[in-house]
Design a protein around this ligand. Structure first.
Ligand SMILES: Cc1ncc(COP(=O)(O)O)c(C=O)c1O
Length: 402
């Protein structure tokens, strides 16, 4: 038996359901050809990074000077970059952010692990709302917290009755994710105001501090002008925003993002110091140096969202017409579809017969749904529709009389 950390060994030996499915898709593609596999497993952006990213890289490589460009920045990130990000946030949301509130990180995953490690003390609980990004459990437990999950609300906003009962004197942080992976739901301002009020009431009741961690890699990925994603710093003082450029600029492999520690919390200096300490302890100091400069030149830009919008409408309309019930996604690039049978794992296994790779909702903390990542080519979606139709025929046979 290896003399290693058993929890880490177990994590390493049990890849996520999503990764497993992705690997299955690769094996299947080798057997029958990539064009015959309809892989909806991964949230890997399919649209190109905006041209500004390319232009910034070329200009930096040509003109910035290799030593400065590829050298270490400050542990918290480059000052000019943090200044530019603070200005962008203030221009968009009037949030009163200063560069000293910003810690550059390696994407949202690092933002979350750093934030959780900064906050969690022995005996603390971290609350998340189903359906949630499965890695929240991994990150919270690795930081030493008990991970508590609030069951999903019927409309994929917040189940307040359950939430109220699950926030206790041990709750240190609550994680929200809007636009949501996997449901595509966007939390309304009314929902968020109610949540913030509840947290304040609970803080008072228990005499504790409860932090709101807003995980926002999909902030810009909304498709209707009327869809607003409120900025949490303006609603709740004890907010940490975990942002990433992985999705908005199609840069997931470059590992770049940031944490905002709201200046509105009175203990800001201590929390920011704890973020710096956690970044140091976890080895996340000095986020990728060139990418810090690249993103600071591309603030306010996004990849072509129109492709995702086309995919969203195409899939939603076709799958609804075949008889499936889908949550209409206001944002992100996932369609959450109700499994026609209670066992979504069995349904996804059945879908594999038609080479459709769908993720069962179980690992997102709720049963009976599947996630379809539509950040794929529109052409693949069109080719996959006959397969979805056959799947529907198998499960809703009475709707398709022969
Ligand atoms: C909700 C959510 N949070 C965090 C992440 C991690 O993002 P990043 O690639 O920036 O680490 C993802 C990635 O898919 C996600 O969907």
């Amino acid at each position: 038996m290896a003399n290693v950390n058993e929890k880490m060994e177990a994590l390493g030996k049990k890849p996520s359901a999503i990764r497993n499915l992705f690997e299955y898709g690769n094996r299947r593609a080798a057997e029958i050809g990539r064009e015959n596999v309809f892989d909806f497993s991964l949230g890997n952006p399919s649209t190109e990074a905006p041209t500004e990213v390319h232009d910034a890289i070329v200009d930096l490589v040509d003109n910035f000077g290799s030593v400065a460009l590829h050298g270490y920045t400050s542990a918290v990130g480059d000052n000019a970059v943090r200044e530019a990000i603070a200005k962008d946030i203030n221009d968009r949301f009037g949030a009163g952010i200063d560069k000293t509130d910003i810690y550059m990180t390696c994407g949202a995953a690092a933002s979350l692990t750093v934030s959780l490690n900064a906050l969690v003390c022995e005996g603390d609980e971290v609350v998340a709302f189903a359906p949630f990004f499965p890695e929240y459990r991994v990150f919270a437990e690795a930081a030493g917290a008990k991970f508590v999950t609030v069951p999903a609300a019927d409309d994929f906003q917040i189940n307040f009755e359950a939430c109220e009962a699950l926030i206790t004197k041990n709750t240190k942080a609550v994680i929200i994710n809007s636009p949501n992976n996997p449901s595509g739901a966007v939390l309304t301002e009314a929902t968020l105001l109610r949540l913030c009020d509840l947290l304040r009431v609970k803080e008072k009741e228990f005499g504790t501090a409860i932090y709101l961690i807003s995980d926002e890699p999909y902030r810009e990925l909304v498709y209707d002008e009327k869809t607003v994603v409120p900025y949490l710093v303006n609603l709740y003082a004890r907010t940490l925003v975990c942002y990433s450029f992985s999705k908005s600029l199609s840069l997931p492999g470059e590992r770049i993002g940031y944490i905002v520690v709201s200046p509105k919390m009175e203990e800001h200096a201590d929390v920011f110091a704890a973020v710096c300490g956690a970044g140091r302890a976890l080895g996340y100091v000095c986020a990728p140096s060139m990418m810090q400069r690249v993103v600071s030149r591309c603030l306010g830009k996004t990849s072509d969202k129109n492709v995702y919008n086309i995919n969203r409408n195409l899939l939603f309309e076709a799958l609804s017409a075949y008889g499936f019930t889908c949550v209409y996604p206001d944002g992100a690039f996932y369609l959450f579809m109700k499994s026609p049978i209670p066992d979504a794992v069995a349904f996804c296994e059945a879908a594999k017969k038609y080479e459709l790779l769908l993720v069962p909702s179980d690992s997102f903390g709720c049963t009976g749904y599947v996630r379809i990542a539509y950040c794929v080519s529109t052409e693949m979606i069109k080719r996959s529709l006959p397969a979805f139709k056959k799947l529907a025929e198998e499960f809703f046979i009475e709707s398709f009389p022969t």
